[in-house]
Write a protein that binds this ligand. Structure first.
Ligand SMILES: *Cc1c(COP(=O)(O)O)cnc(C)c1O
Ligand code: SF4
Length: 334
C-alpha cells in the first residue's frame, strides 16, 4: 500500500474541509496547517482510543441533547463544521453521515426536553459549529430558547470568528445580542489563527456586547511549548477574549500523534503562572473518559504538612509553610 492510498483511507474515514482563510493561513503557518491536514497517522490503532471519548451518548436523553450536569445541557443542532479539526473529540459524529442538521421533529423533541427539565439554567450550543447555521435558523433556535423561563444563560461554542470571519455580520451579532445573556466561547489553538479579519470578527461580537471566552486544546507540535501557549493566550486577551479552558486532548480515534502527557501539560501551565498576566490564565482540564465530566488537572500548589499547616509552593518552586487557623484536617478529623 502506498502512502497516497493510506491518505485516501483517512479522508474516506474522516471528513476534510478548510475555509479559504484557513488555507491561506496554512501557507505560512505549520501550526495552522497541521490542525486540518489529513495524516496517515490517523489510521494508527490506539488501544486507548474511544469512539465516544467523553461519554456523550451515556448522557443523551433525546437526539441533539447531552445532559451531564444538572444546571446545563448541550444542544447540538448540527453535526457539520466549516473546518474539520483532525483531533476533533466528536470526530465519529461530527462530519459523519449526511444529515448534518437535526430534523424539525428532532429539534422539537430537544426543545421539549429543555422545556420540561427545570434544572437547566444554561444551554450550550455545540455540535458541529452552531455559527455555521444560517442567521435565520439560529435566530429561530435562540428565540425558542428565550421562551423557556428557567433557561437564563446561553453559550455558543464556535470556531467561526477565526476560520470564517465573513459570517460574523452585524446581523448575526445583533441576533446574538438579542439573546443576551449569551456568551461566545471561541475555539482557538494558536496565535497564528488570529488574522486581521478574524480579529475584526471578534471585535464585532465584543462591540455588540457579547462576552467572549476561549477554549484551546493542548496539541503536540502545534501549541505544546510555553512560548506558543503564551502567544496564544496573550493574543486572546488582546482581542478581548478571556481564556477559559485549556483542554487535555480527548482520546478520539486516530489522534494519538497530537497527544501530550499530563505531566507535560502541567509543566506548561506552570510556566505561565507568574510571568504571564492572570487575565491570560486558562484552567487546564481533563474530560474524564466515560462521561464522568471535566476536572481541573493543573499543577498543585498546596500540600498538606500537618494538622495545622500546608506547604504552599510559589512560582519559583520554593515551598512556604502556611498556618491554617481553622485546621486543614478539621473537616476529616471526626
Ligand atoms: C463540557 C461540557 C459542558 C460544559 O462544562 P463547563 O465546565 O460548564 O464549561 C456541559 N455539558 C457537557 C456534556 C460537556 O461536555
Ligand atoms: S470545530 Fe469543533 S466540532 Fe468542529 S471539527 Fe473542530 S473540534 Fe470538531
Amino acid at each position: 500500500m502506498t502512502a497516497n492510498h493510506n491518505l485516501d483511507q483517512v479522508t474516506k474515514r474522516y471528513r476534510v474541509a478548510v475555509t479559504p482563510l484557513v488555507s491561506a493561513l496554512s501557507v505560512n503557518s505549520e501550526a495552522v496547517a497541521r490542525q486540518y491536514q489529513p495524516d496517515v497517522r490517523e489510521l494508527v490503532d490506539d488501544e486507548n482510543a474511544l469512539q465516544d471519548p467523553i461519554g456523550d451518548s451515556a448522557h443523551s436523553p433525546v437526539p441533539g441533547i447531552v445532559h451531564r450536569y444538572a444546571d446545563r445541557a448541550l444542544l447540538m443542532p448540527l453535526t457539520v463544521c466549516p473546518v474539520y479539526c483532525r483531533f476533533c473529540f466528536r470526530r465519529e459524529v461530527v462530519g459523519q453521515g449526511d444529515a448534518g442538521v437535526l430534523s424539525d421533529d428532532e429539534l422539537r423533541g430537544a426543545f421539549d426536553y429543555l422545556r420540561t427539565t427545570p434544572s437547566i439554567w444554561e444551554v450550550i450550543l455545540s455540535g458541529g459549529d452552531p455559527l455555521a447555521l444560517s442567521v435565520r435558523r439560529l435566530r429561530r433556535i435562540l428565540d425558542e430558547l428565550r421562551t423557556i423561563p428557567h433557561i437564563r444563560v446561553i453559550r455558543i461554542h464556535t470556531r467561526v470568528p477565526l476560520v470564517a470571519p465573513e459570517r460574523i455580520t452585524t446581523e448575526l451579532a445583533e441576533t446574538l445580542r438579542a439573546a443576551a445573556p449569551l456568551f461566545v466561547v471561541l475555539h482557538t489553538n494558536h496565535a497564528d489563527e488570529f488574522s486581521d479579519e478574524g480579529s475584526r470578527a471578534c471585535a464585532t461580537l465584543v462591540d455588540h456586547g457579547i462576552p467572549m471566552l476561549s477554549q484551546s486544546v493542548l496539541l503536540r507540535d502545534i501549541n505544546d511549548s510555553a512560548r506558543s501557549l503564551e502567544d496564544l493566550l496573550r493574543r486572546c486577551v488582546e482581542n478581548r477574549v478571556k481564556p477559559y479552558y485549556l483542554h487535555h486532548l480527548d482520546p478520539a480515534p486516530g489522534t494519538q500523534h497530537f497527544r501530550t502527557s499530563l505531566t507535560e501539560g502541567q509543566s506548561l501551565v506552570e510556566a505561565l503562572r507568574g510571568p504571564v498576566s492572570g487575565l491570560c490564565q486558562p484552567t487546564y482540564v481533563l474530560d474524564i473518559p466515560g462521561g464522568h465530566g471535566k476536572v481541573p488537572v493543573g499543577p498543585a500548589y498546596l500540600e498538606l504538612l500537618d494538622a495545622d499547616h500546608w506547604w504552599v509552593r510559589d512560582v519559583h518552586g520554593v515551598r512556604h509553610r502556611y498556618p491554617d487557623d481553622s485546621g486543614p484536617g478539621s473537616s476529616q478529623a471526626g
